[in-house]
Write a protein that binds this ligand. Structure first.
Ligand SMILES: *Cc1c(COP(=O)(O)O)cnc(C)c1O
Length: 417
């Protein structure tokens, strides 16, 4: 399932579920992120049902969208969580997530974060270096605890995605080469406060083909076999996240086909399977709603200057990412070639280049497929308060994050006395 199933036109007006987006803009202002509870739920259930009976845990990658309402809805559906910081751990707990379903990823966990996670008794630390393993062992020792650990293996496969979000090549900062991981697992006895419970990899994000996943899975199986033959009791195999979504004309595998392929490729594995999807759960469940401030026609270009900017949605500026831009009300204006840009003082501040649109001053636009890595990557650049977030459930509108105020932004700053 891909595309924007819960964002559809009725009589030339764009709706989210049963609510016109125009109504949300009038009640809550713009820019704001708008999510569909139904789209989120459908995506989760598509993952969950595709495992059909197989022992599994879906660990939603919190960094894709960390609003506690989203975490709470996923927790209610039974989801676990993949976190990358102490802050994300506290969010998951606040949202009612079960610590026994949390895995902790990331190359640079600090001692405070390790302590928080050991205190909470999380399911597993995905450890990315020997140095980190030593620190974790010592921290657990100081607390009189045993840390459950998976080593994150770098399987050295090409994810064929944007270089900034490719993580499974030997040149990347992530993971441990398979042969080194094997050696570290074998030296388990040296780590009195570590228990090796799993094996983990994650090769990148926005993958649109199955092949790299299959290559990684096969390398992980080889290592799992070796470790088992050496008598290590591994309890779970974590194959990471990374399934891509359709932003425009990409054709990623469906969630169901992806999970089925992972299950088939690991048929002989008795261990529990973990996956860490982020983008594919929330990406097409949300849009960024923005209003046109000015239309500006120069001899070279037509600009639509909107009230959302790169601080609200960084992906176009950061990765040259493409997001579909739809008018909230379809009209009969002349179609022109527009540069859709924000108010921030950077030429890199654009939401879309060369879009064929018929626009009127004051119109609303929907920046599609922005549920993942939209709000969670936003900033206060140019002292712009961050956008409000709205969750629609059929015909009910819930505000799940208030728009920030300027006072909140500067509240912690101090002038020299
Ligand atoms: C970012 C990340 C994910 C999620 O990736 P998606 O492409 O959003 O599915 C999963 N695991 C790890 C370790 C990550 O860093």
């Amino acid at each position: 399932m891909s595309g924007f199933s819960e964002f559809v036109y009725h009589d030339n007006e764009l709706y989210v579920e049963s609510v016109p987006l125009k109504q949300i803009a009038e009640e809550f202002g713009t820019p704001c992120y708008v999510y569909s509870r139904s789209a989120l739920t459908k995506a989760y259930l598509e993952f969950d049902s595709a495992f059909s009976g197989r022992d599994h845990l879906i660990c939603y990658a919190v960094k894709a969208n960390s609003n506690i309402a989203i975490l709470n809805l996923l927790a209610r559906l039974g989801s676990g969580f993949d976190i990358v910081s102490g802050g994300e751990l506290l969010r998951v707990i606040k949202a009612g997530g079960d610590p026994k379903k949390i895995v902790f990823s990331g190359v640079g966990k600090n001692i405070d974060e390790m302590r928080l996670a050991l205190e909470a008794n999380i399911l597993c630390f995905n450890v990315e270096s020997e140095a980190e393993l030593n620190t974790l062992n010592q921290t657990a020792k100081d607390m009189g605890k045993i840390a459950p650990v998976s080593l994150r293996v770098n399987p050295n496969v090409d994810a064929k995605t944007h270089p900034y979000i490719s993580t499974g090549l030997k040149e990347n900062k992530f993971g441990i080469p398979a042969n080194e991981a094997e050696r570290i697992y074998q030296s388990a006895h040296q780590y009195a406060h570590i228990r090796f419970t799993g094996l983990d990899c994650h090769i990148g994000s926005q993958l649109t083909e199955l092949e790299p996943f299959m290559q990684a899975s096969s390398k992980m199986l080889n290592l799992l076999d070796t470790l088992q033959s050496q008598g290590l009791a591994i309890e779970h195999l974590d194959l990471g996240g990374g399934l891509g979504i359709r932003y425009t004309n990409e054709t990623p595998p469906s969630i169901k086909d992806y999970v089925s392929a992972l299950c088939a490729s690991t048929q002989q594995v008795k261990q529990r399977l973990l996956i860490e999807p982020g983008r594919s759960l929330v990406g097409n469940s949300g849009i960024l709603l923005t209003r046109i401030e000015y239309l500006k026609h120069t001899p070279a270009r037509n600009f639509a200057i909107v009230d959302a900017a790169m601080n609200d949605l960084m992906r176009p500026a950061l990765y040259d990412a493409y997001h579909e831009i739809l008018p909230v009300a379809r009209n009969n204006e002349e179609i022109k070639n527009y540069q859709v840009v924000g108010p921030v003082c950077e030429t890199g501040d654009f939401l879309g280049h060369d879009r064929k649109l018929g626009l009127i001053n004051g119109d609303l636009l929907a920046i599609m497929s922005t549920g993942a890595y939209g709000m969670s990557m936003s900033s206060n650049y140019n002292t712009r308060p961050r956008a409000a977030e709205i969750m629609v459930d059929k015909n009910t509108i819930h505000i799940i994050r208030q728009r920030e105020t300027i006072d909140q932004l500067i509240a912690t700053e101090r002038i020299l006395s």
